[in-house]
Design a protein around this ligand. Structure first.
Ligand code: ADP
Length: 182
């Protein structure tokens, strides 16, 4: 069973690569951003709260995110999963470790997708989601550096994270990822 996490800065291409990997390996693609955006579209309580936070580029609380991910992981009925957009804080990474232990997942692999910040900002501005404006992007990067980078160290200490260059053709990058997680 594949147990994957894709890590990296906002706009580095996590969603695109995770989607391709999920199709090719028959995995559940768990994108916390997509789950929150869907809730926002539906206009439920979580969605309304999340929309405001996302449009500022801030983070939804750890408790909410941990609950969402735990529920999703309990329901896996494909050949595994790829987590995209989570964990985004050290507290989430620690909570996830407990969830993994509880659910018996112990063969975790983490892909660290890397690209230059200028390249990423250009991509995000082209994409034009409601949180892809200059101010929000700047805040998302600040949050990434301050709150999310410790997550990389957390995985590095466990020796389960692999760096992959996120600049190039989508299919080429995808092949390199697939090779790296074999
Ligand atoms: P990107 O990686 O391009 O910034 P995502 O779709 O992963 O976009 O996330 C969009 C927004 O959703 C984030 O800026 C944040 O507000 C919220 N979000 C997504 N995942 C998490 C998470 N694990 N913890 C807290 N907030 C999250």
């Amino acid at each position: 069973m594949h147990q994957l996490i894709i890590y990296g800065a906002p706009g580095v291409g996590k969603g695109t690569q995770a989607e391709l990997i999920a199709i090719k390996l028959n995995l559940e693609h768990i994108s916390t951003g997509a789950i929150l955006r869907k809730s926002a579209e539906e206009g439920n309580e979580l969605g309304l709260l999340a929309k405001e936070i996302m449009d500022r580029g801030d983070l939804v609380t750890d408790d909410i995110m941990n609950g969402i991910v735990k529920d999703s992981l309990k329901k896996i009925n494909k050949d595994g999963f790829i987590l995209d957009g989570y964990p985004r804080t050290l507290a989430q990474a620690e909570a996830l470790s407990e969830i993994f232990t509880e659910l018996g997942f112990k063969d975790i692999k983490v892909i660290n997708l890397i690209a230059d910040e200028n390249e990423i900002i250009t991509r995000l501005l082209k994409r034009g989601r409601s949180d892809d404006n200059k101010e929000t992007i700047a805040n998302r990067f600040k949050v990434y550096v301050e709150s999310t980078s410790p997550v990389k160290e957390f995985f590095a200490k466990q020796n389960i994270i692999k760096d992959i260059n996120g600049v190039g053709e989508i299919e080429d990058i995808n092949k390199i990822i697939l090779e790296a997680i074999k």
